[in-house]
Design a protein. Sequence first.
Length: 211
Amino acid sequence: MLTLALPAVALENLHAVAQAVDEHYNHLHTLQAQFTEIYRGLGAERTETGTLWLEKGGLKKPGKMRWEYRSPQDKLFVSDGKDAWFYVPADHQARRTGASKLNDLRSPLEFLLGKTQLEKELQGLSFAADKTPLNPADVLLRGVPQGLADQISEMLLEVNPQREIVRIQMQGVDGSVTEYRFADQKADVTLPARWFQFKPPAGTETIEGLE
């Protein structure tokens, strides 16, 4: 008798997967992960790597985040929920923006801990059965993030069997693709308050507002 192997998505229930992802992240207070950021668009392609830290916000307070880029050059993106800083040591320049005015594809991740509601946050949430996950055991979800339809035409989430989000791929309305891959996720690590604060080093030019 011939037995056909069904793809992972055929064995899953969309609501159950979304609920399991919500449950996983909403119980975390902090998260540490290694990340790879890949950008393709406008005739350019770049790959950067580093470490990400997230901290859960309060009832009406946004979360905090810190992105330390190590390759191909040192960069820092940090937000304490009030201000966001982007610092490039080699340029001796730091840009400060109010977190509420931040127009950055990293910013939705600050709400990941404690506030995850995939079925509410992603319009048209569905399985991306026509796409191939990096790992055959993973499932791919797609949707359009609330409030970002003017920037993102589609978002893909790759979810592993532990219901961790291991990849986020965003298709820009301009045709560009920004992808984040996450590895070695560590839950509820102890993070000092200063981790989400930034003071420009001496000799650093500070620029206010959006680019």
